[in-house]
Write a protein that binds this ligand. Structure first.
Ligand code: 5RP
Length: 220
């Protein structure tokens, strides 16, 4: 099976977690695109979606799925999104698509985070994938120095990318994130950091992992 077929498989499998009559939290990325396309087949059974990016909003609307603002809802039963890495405890690195801030906001509204990913995303320790960090532009160099000093990470500004919020993304290489909750808590406090792409406070409740043998369900 190709990676695209694995993404389509988990995108389809995620429909089982959509609560009929509810509003669905929708993430961002190529795996989520497969989920959005699958969700369109049951659009009459949901009230709409809260989206984590302009790109996902456009895709949802193109399918005729109503999109609500996050500020219009108090809670969501599920948030369905991909990940760049997921560890055996359900902690994740996200932000490969630069949508991490809105993703964390919508994940925070949700009772459960359902992660959809192909099997290549499962790692023992987070950090092989460069950690995305959204920063206010004037703080980029300062935050980069702090990552080097505190964790030995090398941060570079992602070229040509501005987030939906008008900020920069730093990609931090050379990390071994053995204590994701602690690193997320500390780095989130550094002035100029908008969001760190570690999702440990908002880790996955379930991960639907696409494998050549089919969908493997991990519960955390
Ligand atoms: O965090 C994300 C976007 O900010 C994505 O969920 C992550 O990058 C995975 O994307 P894909 O499904 O394309 O591999």
């Amino acid at each position: 099976m190709t990676q695209d077929e694995l993404k389509a498989l988990v995108g389809q499998a995620a429909l089982a977690y959509v609560v009929p009559g509810s509003i669905v939290g929708v993430g961002t990325g190529s795996t989520v695109n497969c989920f959005i396309d699958a969700l369109a087949t049951m659009k009459d059974q949901i009230r709409g979606a809260v989206s984590s990016s302009v790109k996902s909003t456009e895709r949802l609307l193109a399918h005729g799925i109503p999109v609500l603002e996050a500020s219009e809802v108090e809670s969501l039963p599920v948030y369905i999104d991909g990940a760049d890495e997921i560890d055996p405890q359900g902690n994740m690195i996200k932000g490969g698509g630069a949508a991490l801030t809105r993703e964390k906001i919508v994940a925070d509204l949700a009772e459960r985070f359902i992660c959809i990913a192909d099997a290549s995303k499962l790692v023992d320790v987070l950090g092989r994938f460069p950690l995305p960090v959204e920063v206010i532009p004037m703080a980029a160099a300062q935050v980069a120095r702090r990552f080097a000093k505190a964790y030995g990470g090398q941060a570079t500004v992602r070229e040509g990318v501005l987030t939906d919020n008008g900020n920069l993304i730093l990609d931090v290489r050379g990390l071994q994130i053995r204590e994701p909750l602690a690193m997320e808590a500390e780095a989130t406090l550094w002035p100029g950091v908008v969001t760190v792409g570690i999702f440990a406070r908002h880790k996955a409740a379930v991960c639907l992992l696409g494998t050549p043998e089919g969908v493997r369900t991990l519960q955390f």
